[in-house]
Design a protein around this ligand. Structure first.
Ligand SMILES: Nc1ncnc2c1ncn2[C@@H]1O[C@H](COP(=O)(O)OP(=O)(O)OP(=O)(O)O)[C@@H](O)[C@H]1O
Length: 505
């Protein structure tokens, strides 16, 4: 047998000679899938790849450092036993991780996970429940699933959970992987490692979905858990009602006598002094009694204006996980998943067309799919790009992109100092980012070559031309570069689109 032909590698002393690493790992995955809950399997295990197997050791790779820590801590024994069972003898399991794709958050999240991992008392830290089939069911014969709030009207978000917002319906991609992993970690082990969990990201990118997935998962494990999902506006309204009715005591019991609170759109607390005061005490009471707090916002705590310093520091003391605009592949996967759940057959070129037309907001993306399907079913026409294009009306209003926007986005997403981008530094990562910035300015602005050169610290127009050609060629050959350019372009579009709103506010 030709051992070198095996993929990806390796050596087989006690294994049957015709078994490859891929086969072994697939069997291990199957076994683990049958033993663990679906969100746990899909969130932590399915994305792990086996890299190398020797007679003594199996090396496996997780997609990011956070998952490596979590696997080590909670699922090491499961993996160990499953591997031993499939191989017929034990081997040492070595877990390595790929760098975190959410580069802007990388340092923060790695540090946080390391720090919090160290703080946890292992003996006192039960393994998260490996509940099977913890999917969509939320109604239970036992106990109330959510605390009902009396006298709530005009709440922007429902005080009950949306049955569709579960982990298994959440598509994980490079731009939300960390937030998803953090949400799953909190659902499995609330009030311990990441408290509070602060989810942030632009409009319609899945913050509410992830938050509610945590609640669903928890309720599946513990149907009697007192879990409260509330919008900030609802919290404020309840507070006003309580003050008006002189019922602060019951308001406080209502918000503090619970196991987990999920507060959406916490950015709306800005400037509301009394709400901040009351929320500060609610936060402290819950935190001190080890209850999990999950907050969602369209920006990180330190960018919420008029937020009391003490709240800002409390919001930041757990884990801040951000969700960025998803890339094309993830958008397509979201549409495919939605189509599957709704039993719709959508040709892949139509999926691609819709995903390419709606770049910055998943809610709009889903809305476009619904419109397309409705039109096709009413008209009786076949589902083709030509037939759906007129009803989709993609938001193609031209946006005005400035050189500064491009520079900011490139600096942020590629993790380069703005000053370095405009310098003459020849360090590889800096000059690459500079070339990408030139290319994106050419794509998204009307600036001339000399003006682009000027924006990059006074470069010659021939340098700009050369850079644009180079990035164009690289994109054609290298999928990673193409994806990076797409992500940057999406982000630029998103920033440019939100600019007028920000000015109006
Ligand atoms: N990764 C994903 N996989 C599947 N569906 C997603 C994903 N991200 C977002 N969605 C869907 O997009 C829609 C909008 O998501 P959601 O309401 O959670 O966004 P949000 O970030 O809370 O928005 P807002 O800032 O307006 O509150 C929902 O229907 C949600 O299910």
């Amino acid at each position: 047998m030709n051992v070198s032909a095996l993929t990806p590698s390796i050596v087989l002393a006690k294994m049957p000679v015709d078994i490859s690493l891929e086969t072994v790992w697939n069997q291990v995955l199957e076994l683990l899938e049958s033993q663990l809950s679906r969100p746990t399997y899909e969130g932590w295990i399915k994305t792990v790849v086996a890299e190398e197997l020797t007679t003594e050791r199996l090396t496996i790779r997780t997609p990011h450092p956070f998952a490596k820590n979590w696997l080590h801590k909670y699922y090491f024994q499961n993996i160990n036993s499953a591997v031993a069972e499939i191989l017929g003898y034990p081997v040492e399991i070595h877990i390595v991780s790929s760098p975190n794709p959410n580069s802007s958050n990388e340092a923060l999240v790695e540090d946080e996970s390391d720090r919090t991992t160290l703080q946890v008392d292992e003996a006192d830290d039960p393994k998260p429940s490996d509940l099977k089939n913890s999917d969509t069911k939320t109604s239970s014969a036992k106990a109330p699933v959510l605390l009902p709030l009396p006298e709530i009207s005009n709440a922007p978000k429902n005080s009950t959970l949306n049955a569709k917002y579960v982990f298994t319906r959440f598509v994980v991609g490079a731009t939300n992987r960390m937030a998803h992993a953090a949400a799953l970690a909190v659902a499995e082990s609330p009030g311990r490692e990441f408290n509070p969990l602060f989810l942030c990201g632009g409009v319609g990118l899945g913050k509410t979905h992830l938050m509610q997935a945590i609640a669903h998962y928890r309720l599946e494990i513990d149907p009697a858990a007192r879990i409260f999902y509330v919008s900030t506006e609802q919290f404020t309204n309840d507070l006003i009602t309580a003050i008006r009715k002189d019922s602060m005591q019951s308001f406080r019991e209502h918000y503090r006598d619970i196991d987990m609170i999920l507060v959406d759109d916490i950015q709306f607390i800005e400037g509301k002094e009394y709400t901040q005061e009351e929320f500060f005490h609610t936060f402290n009471t819950l935190y001190e009694s080890g209850k999990q707090i999950i907050l969602a916002s369209d920006r990180p705590p330190n960018q919420i204006p008029k937020l009391q310093e003490r709240l800002c520091s409390r919001f930041s003391m757990g884990l801040i996980a951000d969700i960025q605009v998803p890339d094309l592949e993830t958008r397509m996967a979201i549409l495919q998943k939605k189509a599957e759940y709704e039993n719709l057959r959508i040709p892949s070129d139509v999926i691609h067309y819709i995903a390419a037309s709606y770049t910055s907001n998943i809610r709009e993306l889903e809305g476009a799919l619904v419109r397309a399907v409705a039109y096709i079913s009413i008209s009786g026409l076949p589902m083709t790009i030509e037939n759906v294009a007129p009803v989709l009306n993609p938001p193609k209003e031209p946006v005005e992109v400035s050189a500064e926007m491009v520079l900011d986005v490139v600096a942020e997403l590629m993790n380069i100092d703005l000053a370095d981008l405009q310098s003459n530094s020849r360090r590889r990562e800096i000059s690459q980012a500079r070339q990408v910035a030139m290319y994106l300015m050419r794509q998204h602005t009307n600036l001339s070559l000399p003006k682009i050169g000027e924006a990059l610290g006074g470069k010659d127009h021939t340098t700009v031309m050369y850079s644009c050609d180079k990035v164009t060629q690289l994109q054609a050959k290298d999928a990673d570069t193409a994806q990076l350019i797409r992500q940057l372009s999406d982000r630029i579009y998103f920033v440019a689109q939100s600019q007028p709103k920000a000015n109006k506010a």
